[in-house]
Design a protein around this ligand. Structure first.
Ligand SMILES: [Zn+2]
Length: 292
């Protein structure tokens, strides 16, 4: 699964409301391929011994259907119900709808820089690039009177401290193994912090499991009521790098469920209901197994 094609799919989910959106939630899941989003599991990858760890039976049982329309529903049931009917969906290359990123590198930092500044910068050519010299959308909004101190970001990957320039931006960026709650954590924050410290760390110290990023972000959404929230999930990229297709699919399905949880919360809370836009996208694709 080499990163050959750079592909973004962009989803914009909002309820049928007439007023302008006052709040935004931006969600990314790193390196998720458009192929799975629009056609479900890919049999060429599932059948490849390099990527299935002998688990192809399990992968097929959970995710296979002959019809790609049925297949994608098995992987992303919320996408292909609520988002499909209430949102706008871009990037199905099967129909020539190409949402490409403009940077030539097709990996994470340049992709996120482009998402958050609206243009590519060829000088940003490494994932270890220093703090972003550009003002991101999040920093810009945090500098507007109506959004001041109402912006927050949660990322599984520690590079978001640099990508979003946490130091200059002056809004909180909780990344990787950062603890939440400051000097007075809530009971929930205490529990998540303790679990985060003791958790399995398959990606080393640079990236935590998505479950911690998600529950921290949800707790923040419910208790701090940010007007702008960014959540970055990372497991879709990590498991793809490891060549573990079953884990990659499971991670994608989990993100779909978490987006449903976010949507359900947003649509039951008067602060957010019918005035919050949710943008869902990815920083790059990763090509096809057959192109190796
Ligand atoms: Zn990436």
């Amino acid at each position: 699964m080499k990163k050959i094609l750079t592909l973004l799919c962009l989803l914009n989910l909002h309820a049928a409301f007439s007023q302008t959106a006052e709040n935004i939630i931006i969600i990314t899941t790193d390196g998720l391929r458009w192929q799975e989003v629009f056609s479900g599991m890919d049999s060429a990858i599932a059948n490849n011994k390099k990527y299935n760890q002998g688990d192809s039976e399990v992968i097929y049982k959970k995710y296979w259907a002959a019809d790609p329309i049925e297949r994608r529903k098995k992987l992303l049931p919320f996408f292909w119900s609520t988002i499909e009917s209430n949102g706008q969906l871009y990037g199905n290359r099967n129909y020539g709808n190409k949402i490409d990123n403009a940077n030539p590198y097709w990996f994470s930092y340049p992709g996120y820089n482009e998402i958050f500044t609206g243009y590519p910068d060829t000088a940003i050519n490494s994932n270890s690039y220093p703090p972003n010299p550009h003002t991101t959308l999040l920093e810009f909004l945090n500098n507007q009177p109506n959004y001041k101190n109402k912006v927050a970001a949660f990322g599984a990957w520690d590079a978001f401290d640099r990508i979003l320039n946490e130091e200059r931006g002056k809004f909180p960026v909780y990344s990787a193994f950062d603890l939440t709650g400051g000097p007075k954590p809530s009971a929930t924050e205490n529990t998540i912090n303790a679990m985060l410290k003791d958790s399995y760390k398959p990606f080393g110290e640079a990236e935590c499991l998505d479950v911690f990023t998600h529950y921290n972000a949800m707790h923040y959404l419910q208790t701090k009521k940010p007007k702008v929230l960014y959540i970055s999930y990372g497991e879709t990229d990590e498991w793809a790098h490891s060549g573990q297709y079953r884990d990659y699919l499971d991670a994608a399905k989990m993100v779909d469920k978490w987006i449903q949880d976010i949507w359900n919360y947003v649509q039951t809370d008067p602060f957010y209901k019918n005035k919050t836009a949710i943008f869902i996208t990815t920083d790059h694709g990763r090509g096809d197994a057959k192109e190796r």
